[in-house]
Design a binder for this molecule. Structure first.
Ligand code: PRX
Length: 653
């Protein structure tokens, strides 16, 4: 990582950026170090409009259940909508919505406020109150964003479930959250196809196993045929008719749970990550301003789905809190062809573009196969900044993105963060940080990331270790819904001196101190930037009780998706080969799709008479990882009960 490889911010960039140059970055870091609470308090006053100003900044008395700005009151939706209208931005476009078929709808701040207020009135009319949980199972739409904002407006806690999750996953989340309402659409349009949403909700709720659930509100997107449960189901447009476009915001305490977002961990059960209102909003807005350098005339496009945290912080909240103009895109990057992203950047004059490495890698492949979808064929001159999120970006993809999408002139912010962190943790600031492809560079000012060993001691630069955050920060996870013990054990294990455990390994460069994330250190996989637990997939496989006796799931590197899911399965019948193996593998993939969702389908399924185990019966996953990669097993297998099994599991069919 020598200095010569670094991409330095141009003089023009340094001059115009919100954070101008490394000295400015260092001054912010120094400010946060000199007076940690004072630093965050200053920013919380600058970025958030408080109905009741806070007098306390950080309450550590019940660590690790930290509280920020505890006695302050605010409303997140007020901050994202009314406040912008009040400062004269009512006619400014908040959202440019592009549908799957290319139709464009523009929604101004006044319109989004009216829509949100009406929707909030609908929720109130159905009896939804402050603190109630509302599950949102929607496609990418203005209504999806408005539904999130409407919950925030009345102090209901939303839990958005990604539209690709199965009925079973949706049911688990509705139950765990104790949701009173599901907001959904009849269908969603993606890649020219209508895909079901409402029928999946019906299936999830069919057996009456969600006793807290009262209402299902349905946004009519396609007009496709759907089932209907009288009394429970309501069309959104019918409930909206006659509702006032004014809805007084509910002023909530800063710690009030704005949302739960379920994510995967090391056990079979996803965890409901609980975020606050005040601290979360602060970091979403602050990082949007400093990391993305958002300005009044920018057109910002984050391609994430609102079902993931990126779509929360950088679609539903951050850009709106700053009065920005953003794109919401319903479709997929490859429809009608793999030039869709570039075409949309050209059409809408997008200036800031934020996407995932998997998308970049698949578009590189497409561009290499067909000139017609190469970014060079489009006018991308409106772009000034690029971003990457969700997984490590390999230097080759970084260089391509920089050269062919950014025209060599746009900095790339490789932002490391997590569902639990609420916003960027380690990231370049585009007018300040020299960029090194493959490194997420340095901590965001005020964020105290470090690399330690198993006992929480700092390791020297150049030596890999465990990524931690030493001090609490405003947008951090507050708890796991219904499971405070799991929160403590997962994120604040006693041996780590009270540091937050991110679950990733990392290394700092010996010269620059730059961070590079080396991947998860727990049983979590990252496939196309989607986070999945190996245990979740294993439990989905073994729930196919008529077929599966035992299953072990590991990740293996994949050129496009980063990691691919590889499942080793022992059946309750003799090990299949040839065509029979193919048929059963398909059956198992479909079963996983039904249990979790298509994103969790294993790419490889290998069958064995057994799994590699120690004499005490523990599955030796490190060996399975080698087998999955197709490598010769060079590790010590002396503790293995049944060494011959490795060869069998390595065989394709
Ligand atoms: O392993 C890290 C990886 O994604 C994990 C968090 O996943 P999730 O909670 O789904 O949030 C994704 C969007 C923020 C992390 O623990 N990850 C995220 N961003 C990066 C990354 N790995 C390397 N570089 C990144 N920029």
């Amino acid at each position: 990582m020598s200095e010569t490889q670094a991409y330095l911010p141009s003089a023009a960039w340094q001059e115009q950026a919100h954070v101008k140059g490394m000295a400015a970055y260092q001054a912010l870091v120094a400010e946060s170090e000199a007076d940690y609470q004072g630093y965050w308090a200053r920013l919380a006053r600058e970025f958030v409009t408080w109905q009741t100003p806070f007098t306390q900044v950080l309450n550590e008395s019940n660590a690790p259940f930290f509280k920020w700005f505890e006695d302050g009151r605010l409303n997140v939706s007020y901050n994202c909508l009314d406040r912008n209208v009040e400062r004269g931005l009512g006619d400014k476009v908040a959202i440019i919505f592009e549908a799957d078929d290319g139709a464009v709808t523009k929604v101004t701040y006044s319109e989004l406020l009216a829509k949100t207020a009406q929707l909030a009135n609908v929720l109130k009319s159905r009896g939804v109150k402050k603190g109630d949980r509302v599950v949102i199972y929607m496609s990418m739409s203005v209504e999806g964003v408005a539904a999130m904002q409407a919950c925030a407006r009345i102090g209901a806690t939303h839990s958005v479930v990604f539209g690709g999750f199965s009925a079973q996953s949706l049911r688990d989340r509705v139950q765990d959250a104790g949701a009173v309402m599901v907001i959904t659409a009849d269908e969603q349009l993606r890649g020219g196809k209508a895909l079901p949403l409402k029928s999946i909700v019906d299936e999830a709720l069919a057996d009456g196993s969600c006793p807290t659930l009262k209402d299902v509100i349905v946004y009519q997107r396609t007009g496709g045929k759907i089932g209907w449960v009288e009394g429970r189901d309501h069309w959104l447009h019918e409930l909206l008719a006659g509702q006032s476009t004014v809805c007084e915001p509910e002023w909530v305490e800063a710690e009030h749970p704005l949302f739960l977002l379920y994510t995967s961990g090391s056990t079979g059960k996803p965890k409901g990550v609980q975020h606050s209102s005040g601290g979360y909003l602060l970091h979403a807005a602050l990082t949007t301003k400093w990391t993305f350098d958002l300005k009044d005339n920018d057109v910002f496009w984050c391609t994430a789905d609102i079902g993931w945290v990126t779509g929360h912080s950088y679609i539903a909240y951050g850009p709106l809190a700053l009065g920005g103009t953003e794109i919401v895109f319903e479709g997929v990057p490859t429809y009608p062809d793999a030039g869709r992203f570039w075409k949309m950047i050209e059409k809408h004059k997008v200036s800031i573009f934020y996407t995932a490495p998997t998308a970049i890698r698949s578009l590189i492949k497409a561009a290499e196969t067909s000139e017609a979808v190469h970014p060079a064929r489009y006018d991308l001159s409106s772009l000034r900044l690029l971003g990457s999120v969700g997984e490590p970006i390999n230097p080759a993809a970084w260089e391509w993105y920089h050269k062919h999408v950014g025209g060599g002139r746009c900095p790339i912010v490789d932002t490391f963060w997590q569902t639990e962190t609420g916003g960027h943790m380690i990231t370049p600031l585009p007018g300040a940080t020299p960029l090194i492809p493959g490194s997420c560079t340095l901590p965001f000012p005020g964020i105290t990331t470090a690399i330690v060993d198993e006992t929480g001691n700092d390791v020297p630069n150049g030596q890999g270790g465990i990524l931690v955050v030493k001090k609490p920060w405003p947008s951090m996870i507050r708890t796991i819904w219904n499971d405070p013990d799991r929160f403590k054990k997962s994120y604040y294990p006693s041996e780590l001196k009270g540091y937050y455990l991110a679950g990733d390994g990392a290394i700092r460069d010996a010269d620059t101190g730059y961070f590079t994330i080396t991947g998860r250190i727990d049983d979590v996989l990252n496939v196309s930037g989607h986070r999945m637990g190996t245990m979740e997939i294993e439990s989905a496989l073994v729930s196919c009780t008529e077929l599966v006796a035992e299953a072990a799931v590991v990740g293996r590197p994949d050129d496009t998706t980063g990691e691919a899911i590889c499942a080793f399965v022992v059946l309750k019948r003799p090990r299949p080969t040839g065509d029979e193996a193919k048929v059963i593998a398909k059956q198992l993939r479909d079963h996983v799709a039904k249990e979790i969702g298509p994103i969790a389908k294993p790419k490889d399924i290998r069958f064995g008479d057994n799994l590699p185990k120690t004499r005490s019966g523990k599955i030796m996953r490190r060996l399975l990882r080698s087998v999955a990669k197709g490598e010769a097993v060079t590790q010590d297998t002396s503790t293995l009960e049944n060494p011959a099994i490795l060869e069998q599991l390595g065989q394709a069919y």
